[in-house]
Ligand binder design. Structure first.
Ligand SMILES: C[S@@+](CC[C@H](N)C(=O)[O-])C[C@H]1O[C@@H](n2cnc3c(N)ncnc32)[C@H](O)[C@@H]1O
Length: 323
């Protein structure tokens, strides 16, 4: 079977494959700023940190936070709209915890867990996994002003960011932090070149599909979310404490692509294929040949993929909140 005929349709496998790409990409300065803010809070606060992660997928950020010692004591609620992702998280997290020196046990309530351990920094995390639309979740009055930290990782560029910030904001306590990461920002680079002009056309049209995406009758997505977030956050009453680039850079070394990153790349090419397969501005045969060439480049370990993205750390600005 030719590479392009293989199906690359498992979203949960894509998310798992994306984890190592994100680990490299996340902006270390922004992460350190977050860690510093949490450390200062730990010194003052009487209660455990309350975290909500929206669009949390299969729990990669939970693993990352534990592995990097982000929290000491925290209550973490992960919300994702896809029940399959939540099911995968509940299967994978115990395996990950056991393999990385953590103890994970089920809590008293359904879909709740306690994860402890982590060597020198010892984390104690209570985790709730919830399959729900995050905007429905945020609309529940019982959830309002409950959280000290909101995490949205590879999420805000999929939605109408200004509207999303407005709808999610009631979840947050005064001075709460927002850690908003992997926000796409207008550049999809694929090397080597297949045909410079055709490559550029595909990039432009692909980005246009993000800008024109409509979900439930609402605009949903922006190919320049990263740069636009500076203004969106300010208007939402969020002070930007730190920001920096978090580009995905995927390439094969002498032993091929790391871990499952070839799958990640095939999935990205199929995402572009799916977005543009019926586009009137592309010759269908030429486009299919282009897709096949990109898959073949991955098979040979030739394809280099770079996506420009930005990370943000913000804090609810009390002065603006009162306006
Ligand atoms: C690109 S994935 C990122 C997942 C995860 N943050 C990661 O990076 O591994 C975006 C996630 O947002 C979820 N999602 C999209 N719209 C949502 C909504 N309205 N409420 C909750 N989750 C949503 C999807 O199900 C998907 O898992």
């Amino acid at each position: 079977m030719a590479a392009h005929e293989t199906s690359y349709t498992s979203f949960t496998r894509y998310l798992a494959a994306k984890k190592s790409v994100d680990d490299r990409a996340l902006n270390q300065h922004v992460w350190d700023s977050l860690q510093q803010c949490l450390h200062e809070r730990d010194e003052r606060a009487q209660s455990p940190l309350a975290v909500v992660e929206i669009g949390g997928g299969t729990g990669a950020m939970v693993e990352r936070a534990l592995a990097r010692g982000l929290f000491s004591t925290a209550h973490y609620t992960l919300v994702d709209a896809m029940p399959d992702n939540i099911a995968a998280a509940s299967e994978q997290l115990p395996l990950w915890a056991a393999a990385h020196g953590f103890h994970m046990e089920e809590g008293a309530e359904p879909a709740t867990y306690r994860i402890t351990g982590g060597g020198a920094w010892r984390s104690d995390l209570t985790l709730r996994l919830q399959a729900a639309d995050c905007f429905d979740f945020a609309a529940q009055p019982a959830r309002h002003h409950q959280y000290d930290l909101l995490i949205a990782h590879a999420f805000l560029d999929l939605v109408d960011a200004p509207r999303a910030l407005q709808r999610l904001r009631p979840l947050l306590r005064p001075h709460a932090l927002l850690y908003l990461t992997i926000n796409f920002d207008g550049a999809t680079l694929l090397e080597p070149v297949v045909d410079a002009a055709f490559d550029a056309l595909i990039e432009t049209l692909y980005h246009e599909t993000m800008d024109r995406r409509v979900v439930n009758g609402q605009p949903s997505g922006d190919s320049r979310t990263g740069r636009h977030l500076f203004a969106h956050l300010r208007r939402a009453g969020v002070e930007v404490l730190d920001a920096g680039s978090s580009d995905w850079v995927v390439f094969a070394g002498s032993r091929g692509y790391p871990l499952d990153e070839a799958y990640f790349l095939h999935f990205i090419i199929e995402t572009i294929h799916g977005a543009l397969r019926h586009h009137a501005g592309l010759d269908p045969e030429r486009f299919v040949a282009w897709v096949q060439t990109r898959h073949a480049q991955i098979e040979r370990g030739e394809l280099v993929y770079i996506a420009h993205q930005l990370d943000f750390l913000g804090r609810i600005d009390m002065d603006l909140r009162l306006l």
